[in-house]
Design a protein around this ligand. Structure first.
Ligand SMILES: NC(=O)C1=CN([C@@H]2O[C@H](COP(=O)(O)OP(=O)(O)OC[C@H]3O[C@@H](n4cnc5c(N)ncnc54)[C@H](OP(=O)(O)O)[C@@H]3O)[C@@H](O)[C@H]2O)C=CC1
Ligand SMILES: Nc1nc(=O)c2c([nH]1)NC[C@@H]1CN(c3ccc(C(=O)N[C@@H](CCC(=O)O)C(=O)O)cc3)C=[N+]21
Length: 291
């Protein structure tokens, strides 16, 4: 069997087009959404993402504000910037690129962001709102994965889903979204026993582990839908957490790396910025951009 390729790049391009159309409508009312991205330090991979985010923000007609701070920035300086962005009406979304340098308190920084501008959905208020089924800002990567899964499968209700990874930015919110769609969800991690056997029961397998080619073809239930979140840089280039070549002979549908979840993450960041802008202006949520 050869799996259907889930084209995240094309899906993300369509999503950005819809966002651009909505931005045009907002601009007619005198509203231009603005996204502020804060990068502390000079991590080369982070610089690439931030540049790419800034470019796509402008392409959909939004204002992009980039704040690049030196690696030695103090907690106080960073919090002062966040306070300034919180009270700036031109800024509708704030993203602080993670990971932060070790001397900074990541949780304190995230929780200092106005929850209404928290387009990453990492603030404890948004985490709690999502967990209790209330209107939240939803983390971009899991939201992008959910969109791809719904597009591929239609209905997720009753499906068995296994999420590999329990991070606050991918694994846990992914599990919450799948649960909200009434999938039967198992979260696996480094202490999980009999991982291959567990994965073989999954109709939906989401891999967010951060290890190249970790998921083997014989862990996959024939016909399953496989979402590969992993971004791993190796000598042979960018690879996911799934052994793609072998897995695509077993899976029913699978995302590639690159060109799968990655582009969806950035498109969903713009979607969240649009949603935040609509909400702060008392407008209804834009159609199809929220779970
Ligand atoms: N495409 C995109 O847009 C994005 C991609 N990523 C990528 O996704 C991947 C995961 O990211 P993130 O969640 O931040 O990573 P983390 O390192 O925070 O979490 C990794 C998770 O994988 C688990 N894990 C590690 N080793 C094993 C193992 N041998 N067996 C089972 N579970 C294991 C860890 O378990 P434990 O908790 O027990 O340690 C942990 O829960 C990375 O490759 C990252 O680059 C991340 C964000 C966005
Ligand atoms: N506050 C915060 N929010 C994030 O959402 C966040 C973060 N910090 N820190 C880092 C991770 C990682 N991440 C990616 C975004 C896009 C691609 C992406 O577009 N990838 C392309 C390839 C890009 C390339 O070639 O390097 C693809 O998969 O096709 C990947 C990874 C967001 N993250």
């Amino acid at each position: 069997m050869t799996a259907t390729l889930i084209d995240g790049k094309a899906f993300a391009a369509e999503l950005r087009q819809r966002i651009a159309d909505e931005v045009t409508r907002l601009k007619d009312r005198g509203i231009t959404p603005g996204l502020a991205v804060v990068l502390v330090g000079e991590d080369p991979a982070s610089q690439v993402y931030v540049r790419s985010k800034g470019k796509q923000t402008v392409q959909v007609g939004m204002n992009s504000y980039e704040h690049k701070l030196p690696a030695e920035t103090s907690q106080e300086e960073l919090l002062t910037l966040i306070e300034r962005l919180n009270s700036d009406p031109a800024v509708n979304g704030i993203l602080v690129q993670l990971p932060l340098p070790a001397h900074l308190d990541e949780a304190a920084v995230i929780n200092a962001i106005d929850p209404a501008k928290d387009v990453d959905g990492f603030h404890i208020l948004n985490v709690g709102l999502l967990a209790t089924g209330q209107k939240a800002m939803v983390p971009c990567t899991p939201l992008g994965c959910l969109m791809l899964l719904r597009d591929q499968l239609g209905e997720l209700s009753g499906k068995r889903a296994v999420v590999l990874g329990r991070s606050n930015i991918v694994g846990k919110p992914m599990a919450q979204l799948l649960l909200r769609d009434s999938a039967t969800v198992t979260i696996a991690h480094s202490r999980t026993t009999d991982l291959p056997e567990l994965c073989r029961q999954a109709d939906i397998l989401v891999a967010a582990v951060g290890r190249p080619h970790f998921v083997q073809a014989d862990w996959i239930k024939p016909g399953a839908t496989v979402i590969d979140v992993g971004i791993n840089r190796t000598e042979t280039g960018l690879v996911g957490d799934v052994d793609f070549a072998a897995a695509s002979q077993v899976a029913g549908a699978i995302t590639p790396v690159p060109g799968g979840v990655g582009p969806m993450t950035i498109a969903c960041l713009l979607a969240n910025t649009l949603t935040a802008t609509a909400r702060v202006n008392g407008l209804p949520d834009p159609e199809g951009l929220t779970p």
